[in-house]
Design a protein around this ligand. Sequence first.
Ligand SMILES: C[S@@+](CC[C@H](N)C(=O)[O-])C[C@H]1O[C@@H](n2cnc3c(N)ncnc32)[C@H](O)[C@@H]1O
Length: 311
Amino acid sequence: MNANLRHESVLLEEAVAALNLEPESIVIDATFGRGGHSTKVLEQLGENGRLIAIDKDPAAIEFANQNFGNDKRFTIEHCTFAEIAQVANKYDVNGKVSAILMDLGVSSPQLDEAERGFSFSKDGPLDMRMDSSRGTSAAQWIAKAKESEIKSVLRDFGEEKQAGRIARKIVSVREEQPITRTLQLAKIIEEVIPKRHDMKKHPATRSFQAIRIFINNELGDLAAGLEDAFSILKVGGRLVIISFHSLEDRIVKRFFKRLSKGDDFPKDLPVRADELKPKLSLVGKPFKPTELEVDDNVRSRSAIMRVAEKL
Ligand SMILES: C[S@@+](CC[C@H](N)C(=O)[O-])C[C@H]1O[C@@H](n2cnc3c(N)ncnc32)[C@H](O)[C@@H]1O
């Protein structure tokens, strides 16, 4: 595990500006990664400010301890951000948090290091766990999952039109030999969807994304994390979420919409808008990276940032 590979932060200036920090703010960076956003946050905090970081990935924790460990304003917890409320309780900041950032998905070091097993273009063990210290690896899952389950994962989390054919192929190959390597799986998928020169993406892109989302319970963590992040914010606190695909963004958008609309009353009740008690207000329109940023960092291409403030 190499904790020193670089990660180019996406929407760095925009996200930190949206956190609306003051020198004494208590901030949670729920997806520390390699601390690009955390570094900028610390630059804006004074001596009495506080930054609590979270990451699932032991390599991110190791990097944080090596590079941020001497800053008394900083601490990091190795857990999922679905446990953000427990983290807030541990540090006695529940209801006092000024700003929370979630920069979702995987970091460049996770994608770039073959050993982590996220990449369909570098050979490595078929792992894909962000938290490599626990849980089920992609290889272990693929060895046991029913064909119907593989199909649903590929279809629901990858929007893969060939989900059924790929699932069938996986199940027939694994009867002959275990599927344990990333390039082995990529090749199996290529046998179902042959590579054509006019294809913008590798044929395994969607399937790898789907398996990664499933193995890391990314959408479940996000739904739980958003609810609890909102609950631990103080009034006036900001929630800043950067998503990288439509499934994530849909969850964020619906969550923000539900809380900014306020209480649910039966449609026929005559309720005035000010009686609906919205719980948060949307700040600005969804942000996307500039063309310049996308040219510089291709991984920012699909990013979308939404910002809300607790009322
Ligand atoms: C896109 S990177 C964040 C990069 C970071 N903002 C930076 O500038 O260096 C996403 C990070 O969030 C972590 N992560 C993703 N989902 C998580 C979750 N549910 N709980 C905790 N960490 C998570 C990943 O392990 C990864 O390190």
